[in-house]
Ligand binder design. Sequence first.
Ligand SMILES: Cc1cc2ncn([C@H]3O[C@H](COP(=O)(O)O)[C@@H](O)[C@H]3O)c2cc1C
Ligand SMILES: O=C(O)c1cccnc1
Length: 361
Amino acid sequence: MKLFEETLREIYPGDKDAEKKAWDRLNGLTKPIGSLGELEDIAAKFAGITGKVFNEIEKKNIVIMCGDNGVVEEGVSSCPQDLTYIVTNNFTRGITGVNVLAKFYKSDITVVDVGVKKKIDNPKVIDKRVMEGTNNIVKGPAMTREQCIEAIEAGIDIVEKLVKSGYSILGTGEMGIGNTTTSAAIISAITGLSVEKTVGKGSALTAEAFENKKKVIQKALDVNKPNEEDIIDVISKVGGLDIAGLCGAFLGAARYKVPIVIDGIIASAAALCAYKLNKNVKDYMFPSHLSAEPGAIYVMKEIGLTPMLNLRMRLGEGSGCPLAFSIIESALYTINNMGTFDDANIVTDYLIDYEGNKVIN
Ligand SMILES: Cc1cc2ncn([C@H]3O[C@H](COP(=O)(O)O)[C@@H](O)[C@H]3O)c2cc1C
Ligand SMILES: O=C(O)c1cccnc1
């Protein structure tokens, strides 16, 4: 509880002065104003996080929170629950989707057991087990408030250790059969949007099972009546341990001033929770892609973020993060290395932006 409260108190907005200096540099580079589009936004936002105009990424890490969800007994996933256990172990064997993309883009991963039902006996998986999978949210709360905060604190603690060991950008991933159900429940609870709007087919469902999934989420909301003003109430009643752990990772990244990338729908639901707990967290978040799950777009709107990519991806695991890292690194390399108008002997007194306003360099 102490770490959680202390972290919430120590999250500040990004450095607007550094961001402004980054924009001054971007506007002085030898190109039409704003012509590198979102690459410029990314470089400036990064400067706001570190307080420096020139940045390089030393080491990258994707934090993968793994946990089971009691609601799978309601038939909300086509996959058996023990896939959570199997895939969690597979992350340490280098054979999953996120492993391959992370390897290609030279990112490390950190695998965390925050509550897989069957105990994981694997030294490469960090043991932060809060409980043996959550309770079925159709029958009552997923977990207690204390368990929820314990999982959030696990996320903060992992991030603190990664930052101290030199990681300068983080990503978010998860594994937990049934977690597209808990994600939709959280997004509906917080935004007030109907389940019809936020629910998707997750890893895949028959038409009949999809109708059942919608009813299950609605029932979980009716039974638990989560209070949208109280994010711990929402996560502990209709969420999951993976979402709580990732929420902690977002809070920790903002506290320790490192950029953090949002992956798919589950990480998006966690990002929304972190944002509602402290709005400054937004200044540290980079959304990688727009998940194919329908709820994702509403999360992005609610936080006010624009995903870099739309590749119809719906894997989770943190698989979007390496792709985003490559774009962010491209943005940083550009601001660091492009020549200025002065370098290029180009007179700038004619410069206007795309809206037609005069730009003074
Ligand atoms: C082999 C396999 C690997 C995965 N890796 C991530 N997920 C993804 O699918 C699950 C969520 O979907 P649902 O809510 O429908 O259960 C999560 O574990 C998510 O990370 C996987 C799913 C499968 C089957
Ligand atoms: O967008 C995601 O993260 C996602 C979508 C479906 C299943 N698992 C993850």
